[in-house]
Ligand binder design. Sequence first.
Ligand code: DC
Length: 222
Amino acid sequence: MQKKKNIIITIDGPAGAGKSTVTHDVAQKLGIPYLDTGAIYRSVAFICHKNGVSPNNEPALVKTLKNFKITITSDKILANNIDVTKEIRTHEMDQLVSPYAANATVRANLLDLQRSQAKNGLVADGRDMGTCVFPDADLKIFLTATAETRAKRRFLERQAKGQNPNFDEILKDVIRRDDYDMNREIAPLKPALGAWILDSSDMTQDEVTEKIVAVAKKLMQE
Ligand code: DC
């Protein structure tokens, strides 16, 4: 039987476009690893904040990143051996993370960590997977949806987790973060060259997953 090719798929897009679920499901259907890079940025922000390291304090940031260790399993994220799985998904963390993610030192320090995960193929989601981290990826996707659709999805997600979300706050936050991510100087959010732009506003996450899996399966057999 012909051996399947190891492929790299990048899924970038704005907050709440459904990237995490789609990335996870695509990886599972194709039997290849997946990487949620937002969780890495959130974990860095969590550790920095916990240690009182602001995004402007370069020497302290460098030191923190040098000692930063992350272990991601299917149900847990450990940052410096602390279980941060729940803590990195709060509204407070949504608000704290952007300036850390916009910092050049932080981004440069996380490049090797992200690339080292791709030895057996990978589906990676984030903002700059196709533009910066894996520019030679086999399949680059820019997954998007209207701000209202994305805010509604995040609202329902939080509710399901037993939190007490406020829709208007989430919508404001989605718009604020889009603006921040798209207009930052380093690795701004934009479709990679040759990216397939998928608008999921009128699609279920399963439909999005199926579309991507169909194309990826063909690429794996080439
Ligand atoms: O996808 P998310 O909401 O979990 O991402 C958290 C933050 O990290 C968000 O501000 C965007 C940023 N991020 C980034 O700059 N680059 C990535 N590859 C992934 C996330």
